[in-house]
Design a protein around this ligand. Structure first.
Ligand SMILES: Cc1ncc(COP(=O)(O)O)c(C=O)c1O
Length: 394
């Protein structure tokens, strides 16, 4: 029995668990018991960090002290990130505005603390990445759900944000593009309109650009192009294939740099030195990273072709990231039940939509195509056979 301290845990710790991680835990348990499981639930690359990154890390382990670094990151990485915006977007961003963080997750926490007071209201996409909502709640901020529609390609519009602002007096707006779980991206015109509206109304625009680099038709535009007030967050986790290295970054408006730095010093001291030194090399690993992207692009085509063949034809074109958000409403009342049965009976792990959308996610599952093509192909065959044999799950 757990000893009782006589005090309840904090109310702020009472955030929902991450269902994708629960599915992963169950899938791992089945694997340990000898079952073969195909993983379409995990939102991370199946590839390791680029060879160049691992080489630099190996050398740094031998030759560097690897102590604390500046709270905002090592100058070489801050400068390299700033240069990246020149190379990719033609923007002149000062390295002084760049802060290196422990994944983008660290950037979100510090950005919210630097920009908002307790009780501030931040609008965010629903469906959307569940940690966004939970981080806000844990920090005493109020999440204002922007209910998006599949018909509008899950894209937030100025009209939606304006309506939320009129009723809730927003302090911030968080937009991920390309988005998780939908894989859809907002068009440059819409991004310009949203940032323009927010700047005009004094709403802080926070851009989650963690899936930048992983687009398949049009390259993604950065919010930095349209706003000097936006907080723009990115990560080495996805395109750069470095989830476990826990390194990301944020480009801040000038006036938030020092507040952010004070918080970073006190809350984290610094980001792991080894990850920072290695991450500098990630920008020189384009050949390997573009090969990864080409593999995702092939997986995406495979999904787009095969999903309708197995009776799962209700999903939107996938602009970016590595997810398909599929409407399974004709097969079940609750996609969590469908996901559990697919895992146990077909040996395929998928993520139920309730993770991303507590109200309407019961109709959807998210499939990740970040893994090997052979696994995805086989998983689709197994799902198709299972659906044929079982029909609807009610
Ligand atoms: C939309 C989105 N934002 C942020 C994150 C956090 O990633 P990290 O902390 O590894 O940068 C994720 C991870 O899946 C994500 O999907």
């Amino acid at each position: 029995m757990t000893p009782q301290s006589g005090r309840a845990p904090s109310r702020r710790s009472n955030v929902s668990s991450f269902l994708a991680m629960d599915v992963l835990r169950e899938a791992n348990r089945l694997e340990q018991a000898g079952r073969r499981i195909l993983h379409l639930e995990v939102g991370q690359p199946g590839t390791p960090a680029p060879a160049l990154v691992r080489e630099v890390a190996g050398r740094a382990l031998e030759s560097e002290r690897l102590g604390y670094t500046d709270a905002l990151g090592i100058p070489a990485l801050r400068e390299r990130i700033a240069r990246h915006y020149g190379e990719v977007h033609g923007l002149d961003i000062s390295a002084g505005r760049v802060a290196v963080t422990t994944g983008s997750s660290g950037a979100f926490i510090l950005s919210y603390l630097a920009a908002f007071d307790i009780g501030a209201r931040i609008a965010l996409q629903v469906p959307g990445y569940p940690a966004n909502r939970n981080i806000l709640q844990a920090l005493g901020l109020v999440d204002v759900p922007l209910r998006l529609s599949e018909r509008a390609r899950w894209a937030p519009t100025v009209a939606l944000v304006e309506a939320a602002h009129r009723s809730q007096n927003l302090d911030g707006l968080l937009v991920a593009s390309p988005a998780n779980p939908s894989g859809t991206a907002i068009a440059p015109g819409a991004l310009k309109a949203l940032t323009g509206f927010c700047d005009g109304e004094g709403i802080r625009y926070i851009a989650d650009e963690i899936y930048h680099g992983l687009t398949y038709d049009e390259p993604a535009q950065t919010a930095l192009k349209f706003s000097g007030q936006a907080i723009v967050i990115n990560s080495f986790s996805k395109y750069y294939s470095m989830t476990g290295w826990r390194v990301g970054w944020v480009v801040l408006p000038e006036d938030l740099v020092r507040p952010f730095e004070r918080l970073a010093q006190n809350l984290f001291i610094s980001v792991p030195a080894l990850s920072q030194l290695a991450a500098v090399a990630a920008f020189d690993a384009s050949d390997e990273l573009e090969a990864n992207r080409a593999a995702y692009a092939r997986n995406r085509e495979l999904l787009a072709r095969r999903l309708p063949e197995i009776g799962l034809g209700r999903f939107l074109p996938m602009d970016g990231a590595f997810y398909a958000y599929v409407d399974v409403g004709e097969y079940c009342d609750d996609s969590a039940v469908l996901a559990a049965r697919l895992l146990h009976e077909a040996g395929v792990a998928v993520t139920p939509g309730a993770d991303f959308d507590p109200d309407e996610g019961y109709r959807y599952v998210r499939l990740s195509y970040a893994g090997p093509a052979g696994d995805i192909d086989e998983a689709l065959t197994l799902i198709g056979e299972w659906l044929k044999a079982n029909g609807a799950v009610r």
